[in-house]
Design a protein around this ligand. Structure first.
Ligand SMILES: Cc1cc2nc3c(=O)[nH]c(=O)nc-3n(C[C@H](O)[C@H](O)[C@H](O)COP(=O)(O)OP(=O)(O)OC[C@H]3O[C@@H](n4cnc5c(N)ncnc54)[C@H](O)[C@@H]3O)c2cc1C
Length: 318
C-alpha cells in the first residue's frame, strides 16, 4: 500500500505542469544542468561521445533517441531517419552500441502497418551492420500490440531484434516462457509506468519476486537476456544463482540506465560481468526524465530544490 501511494505521489509531482515547464526550461540549459545526470545530451554527437567514454571504461551501450507517441506520419518517418543515422554513426565511429526504440515513436498509434514498415527499415540496416535493435516496452495499453509487432519482425530478423518485458505485469512470466520458446532475446526490467491493479502488482515485494523468478527462467532457458535493474539485492541474487548453477558470465548481461548507480556499474565490470548502459539523448527528454523522477523520492526533492534555486535566480515562479 505504501509502495503504491508513495510511487503515485512521486509520479504526480513528476507529472505536474509547473514541474514540467520549469524542468524543460532549466533542465538542459547548460552543461551542468540537472537533467544531464540522466540524459546524455540533446544531440547524437553527445550520445556518441558519452558512449565512447563508457566503452573506454569497459561498458557497452544501447543508444536511444528520446521520443514517444507521435501523432503524425511525418514524425514517425523523422524518428525512423534519425535511428538510421544513429546506426550509421555507430558504424562510422566504431563505438560498441546497439539501439533501443519505442514503437509509439515509430508510429504504433497510427497503425501496425506504418510502424512495421518504419521499424523494418531500421532493423534491415542494423542487420547489414550486424547490429541489434531492442524494442522498449511502454505502458500496458501497448503490451499486446508491441508483442504482436515484435513477433512479426522477429520472424524475419531473429538475430537482429529483441524485446523488453516488465516484472510488474502479472502476465510477464507467461511472456517470458513464450519468448524463451521462440529463442528471442529479452531485456527484463521492473516497469516504469503507472499501472492499475487489474494488470500489475502494486507491491514492490511482489514485483521483485516476479523479477527474480523471470530472470532465473531467462538465464536458464532464454537467449542472452539483459538483466536490467539497479536493485542491488536482485543483482546479488542473480550473481549467487549463476554461481550455484555454474552458468558462465557470458550467457547474459546486466543493464543499467545512464547516470544511475555508476559505482555499481563499474564494480560489475571489474567482477567480469557484461554491463550495458542505456544512453538516452534528444530534445524530447521530459517524459523519460519524469519517469526517472518518479522512481525515487530523492530525485524529486533534488529537482524541486534545483528548480527553486534556478527560478528565484531567474525571477520565475514555481
Ligand atoms: C537498461 C534499462 C532499460 C529499461 N527499459 C525499460 C523499458 O523498456 N520499459 C520500462 O517500462 N522500463 C524500462 N526500464 C526502467 C525500469 O522498468 C525501472 O523503472 C527502473 O530501472 C527502476 O527499477 P530498478 O530495477 O532499478 O528497481 P527499483 O526498486 O526502482 O530501484 C532499486 C534501486 O536502484 C536505484 N534507482 C532506481 N531508479 C533510480 C533513479 N531513477 N534514480 C536514482 N536511483 C535509482 C536506487 O538505489 C533504488 O533503491 C529500463 C531500465 C533499465 C535499467
Amino acid at each position: 500500500m505504501f509502495d503504491k501511494m508513495s510511487r503515485a505521489i512521486m509520479l504526480s509531482i513528476a507529472e505536474n505542469e509547473t514541474v514540467r515547464r520549469l524542468t524543460t526550461k532549466y533542465g538542459m540549459a547548460d552543461e551542468n544542468s540537472f537533467a544531464r545526470r540522466f540524459i546524455a545530451g540533446e544531440t547524437l554527437e553527445e550520445g556518441i561521445e558519452s558512449t565512447k567514454k563508457l566503452n573506454e571504461e569497459g561498458l557497452t551501450a544501447t543508444l536511444d533517441l528520446l521520443g514517444e507517441n507521435v501523432t503524425k506520419i511525418e514524425e514517425s518517418h523523422a524518428a525512423r531517419d534519425v535511428f538510421l543515422n544513429i546506426l550509421d554513426q555507430i558504424q562510422k565511429t566504431k563505438v560498441d552500441s546497439n539501439i533501443s526504440m519505442k514503437l509509439t515513436q515509430l508510429g504504433l498509434d497510427l497503425g501496425n502497418d506504418i510502424c512495421i514498415e518504419n521499424v523494418s527499415k531500421v532493423i534491415e540496416k542494423a542487420k547489414s551492420f550486424d547490429n541489434f535493435v531492442r524494442i522498449d516496452m511502454e505502458g500496458s495499453d501497448y503490451t499486446q500490440n508491441t508483442l504482436d509487432v515484435f513477433k512479426h519482425l522477429y520472424e524475419k530478423y531473429p538475430e537482429n531484434t529483441g524485446i523488453v518485458l516488465q516484472s510488474y505485469l502479472y502476465r510477464t512470466e507467461f511472456d517470458v516462457r513464450d519468448m524463451n520458446n521462440l529463442g528471442a532475446r529479452v531485456r527484463l526490467c521492473k516497469g516504469a509506468y503507472r499501472e492499475p491493479e487489474i494488470v500489475a502488482f502494486q507491491n514492490k515485494k511482489m514485483v521483485d519476486l516476479n523479477y527474480t523468478r523471470c530472470a532465473e527462467l531467462l538465464i536458464t532457458e532464454g537467449n542472452y537476456p539483459g538483466i536490467a535493474t539497479h536493485d542491488e539485492a536482485i543483482i546479488d541474487h542473480i550473481k549467487a544463482f549463476v554461481e550455484e548453477k555454474s552458468i558462465s558470465k557470458d550467457k547474459f548481461e546486466f543493464q543499467m540506465l545512464y547516470g544511475i548507480r555508476r559505482d555499481l556499474q563499474d564494480q560489475l565490470v571489474k567482477e567480469g560481468y557484461n554491463m550495458r548502459i542505456y544512453v538516452p539523448f534528444g530534445t524530447e527528454w521530459f517524459p523519460y526524465y519524469s519517469r526517472r523522477l518518479g522512481e525515487r523520492i530523492g530525485n524529486v526533492l533534488f529537482i524541486l530544490k534545483n528548480m527553486y534555486r534556478e527560478s528565484t535566480d531567474g525571477k520565475d515562479t514555481i
